[in-house]
Design a protein around this ligand. Structure first.
Ligand SMILES: NC(=O)c1ccc[n+]([C@@H]2O[C@H](COP(=O)([O-])OP(=O)(O)OC[C@H]3O[C@@H](n4cnc5c(N)ncnc54)[C@H](O)[C@@H]3O)[C@@H](O)[C@H]2O)c1
Length: 253
């Protein structure tokens, strides 16, 4: 398939995990992919380029307003526009009871998970509106839909992105721009492995996480990437403001 031929795609947090899979999926369908991440952006771009795709890496902290502005200006200078924006960069942030969370850690989490989505969305949306061409996919999560006892800040950030998605969609859909959110269950990326390692019994922790999903396993980054590609493509013209849950049945219980 070549659903992203002649489309300029930005993937934040695209150097590893779900973001790298999303970048690879868009590039495999002929998208010109711009990877924004803190580090390792060139290595991720090189992997795509050696697989016959087209990717460029840009070092950018999505919580830094000036850095985001600068990087989007560079992309627009070289490629003219952004057609697909995947707001994927995110961190887990402080774990544990609310009373143990410092304001600094709370704000650091919100700066990446929430401010980052806002700052990147703001960069090219005016042109998307003017030309009636553009799609935004926000990688939110199961934890933007349901709570758990030990990650209040993360839940708050992801729930905020869920409604930011709907509000933005309502603003821009009449101009031909679509905005949706994706809500994966636990995906077997490094961040989940690190969480399991921290428990001291990684195998048992991963099994326990998998067991929370009725499908009986963790999700895969490529599975999230294929949903992102679907939403970003012309196969989903009637989807906007939607929260697409892909959680192995977790929230069906
Ligand atoms: N892994 C899961 O189980 C899971 C489930 C649901 C939602 N999510 C969400 O999916 C997204 C990706 O998760 P992942 O598991 O692939 O994580 P990951 O840690 O493997 O990758 C995240 C990427 O984002 C980058 N990043 C972090 N802070 C950044 C910043 N300030 N600016 C630019 N880039 C930054 C990291 O460098 C990294 O490359 C996150 O938003 C996460 O909250 C993950």
């Amino acid at each position: 398939m070549t659903r992203f031929q002649d489309r300029v795609c930005v993937v934040t947090g695209g150097a590893m995990g779900i973001g790298e899979a999303a970048a690879g999926g868009l590039a495999a369908e002929r998208g010109a992919v711009m990877i924004l991440d803190l580090t390792f952006t060139q290595a991720a771009a090189d992997r795509i380029n050696s697989a016959s795709g087209f990717a460029e890496g840009y070092a950018c902290d999505v919580s830094d307003e000036a850095a985001v502005r600068d990087v989007f200006a560079q992309i627009k200078l070289h490629h003219g526009r952004v057609d697909v924006l995947v707001n994927n960069a995110g961190i887990t942030g402080p774990q544990g009871p609310v009373e143990t969370v410092s304001l600094a850690d709370w704000r650091a989490l919100m700066a990446v998970n929430l401010d980052g989505v806002f700052l990147c969305t703001r960069e090219d949306i005016d042109r998307m509106i003017t030309t009636g061409r553009g799609v935004i996919v926000n990688v939110c999560g199961l934890y933007g839909l349901v709570g758990s006892p030990d990650a209040a800040a993360y839940h708050a950030s992801k729930e905020a992105v869920r409604l930011f998605t709907k509000a933005t969609a309502l603003q821009v859909t009449c101009h031909g721009v679509r905005v949706n959110s994706v809500h994966p269950g636990f995906i077997g990326t490094l961040v989940v492995e690190a969480f399991a390692d921290a428990s001291g019994q990684p195998d048992a922790a991963l099994q326990a996480l998998a067991a929370r999903h009725p499908v009986g396993r963790l999700g895969r980054s490529e599975e999230v990437a294929s949903v992102i590609a679907f939403l970003a493509s012309d196969d989903a013209p009637f989807m906007t403001g939607a929260e697409v849950v892909m959680d192995g049945g977790y929230t069906a219980q």
